[in-house]
Design a protein around this ligand. Structure first.
Ligand SMILES: [Zn+2]
Length: 282
């Protein structure tokens, strides 16, 4: 897979749908119940924390994976003791390998697990994180409820936002309010409910705020479905970008509103570009 330099970074980062597809893929491949037998790490030194961190990995040795959970873009392999946290960063991917398959290029960690199960963290940019935590709470620290969490109701979501005076778009990207809404999905959802990304949250009706959560979920589910139907030739969920038919808004200059067919406009919020329709989104 090659990445074009012409594609802005907000289109090629693994977002919630890619990470959830990865979680489902690893479970489908049989990761649950496996024990970590031997772990080979890259020889290059990795930071202990922050971007690209690999830390505490010797603590997972000999432990088994009970469940694989996700909140936002953070994955947590819950072990019989402790948690292995995985974050894919910009270009990370975990591949389950065939028995004789050579270690892929850009592998940062190779996990040899019970009964010959092998998986590799492949990460060309070295921004993915692998960290040991004592508990899932620690692995998910700072993250609000997951966007797809059925226990997080539309009423809850509306009441959290209704008291905020900030503009809606940056609030949606605030992972401590709701985890897993990336730039592109926030734009999709706001377009669906016809609200401008610049509207202040407290100026949006409760009913619209509630439909916003539903719209976020519809956009994420549509992407999950798209990824499911477009695996790579090995049946793995591919992690590329959202510049394809999973989106209703085409994120490039000269694109049109799919509803009223006038050109979309852009607006920057803290370095993230919002695409929206100035006619139907108020
Ligand atoms: Zn429009």
């Amino acid at each position: 897979m090659t990445f074009s330099k012409l594609i802005p970074t907000d289109r090629k980062m693994p977002e919630l749908p890619e990470v959830e597809s990865l979680r489902r893929y690893l479970i489908r491949e049989g990761i649950l119940g496996r024990t970590f037998e031997q772990i080979e790490l890259e020889t290059k030194p990795s930071p202990e924390s922050g971007t690209g961190a690999i830390s505490g990995i010797n603590q997972v040795q000999g432990k088994s994976i009970k469940t694989l959970e996700r909140r936002g873009k953070q994955l947590a392999a819950v072990l019989d003791q402790g948690v292995l946290g995985l974050h894919m960063g910009m270009t990370g991917q975990v591949n389950v390998l065939e028995p004789t398959e050579p270690t892929p290029r850009f592998t940062r960690a190779l996990f040899n697990m019970s009964n010959g199960f092998r998986m590799a963290l492949v990460d060309p940019r070295r921004w993915a994180q692998l960290r040991y935590f004592d508990s899932p709470d620690q692995a998910f620290a700072g993250l609000g409820p997951d966007a797809l969490d059925p226990d997080f109701s539309a009423t809850n979501f509306a009441s959290v936002l209704k008291i905020r005076t900030a503009q809606i778009k940056p609030l949606l990207l605030n992972q401590s309010i709701i985890a897993g809404v990336g730039n592109i999905y926030a734009d999709e959802a706001l377009h669906r409910i016809e609200i401008s990304p610049a509207r202040r949250a407290n100026k949006i009706s409760n009913q619209k705020l509630e439909s916003l959560l539903i719209a976020i979920r519809e956009s994420l589910e549509r992407a999950l479905e798209f990824i499911k139907n477009h695996p790579d030739d090995r049946g793995r969920p591919y992690i590329v970008d959202a510049y394809d038919d999973r989106m209703q808004l085409h994120r490039k200059p000269g694109s049109f509103c799919p509803r009223c067919e006038i050109p979309l406009v852009t607006l920057k919020f803290g370095g993230r570009t919002a695409y929206y329709c100035s006619n139907c989104q108020k």
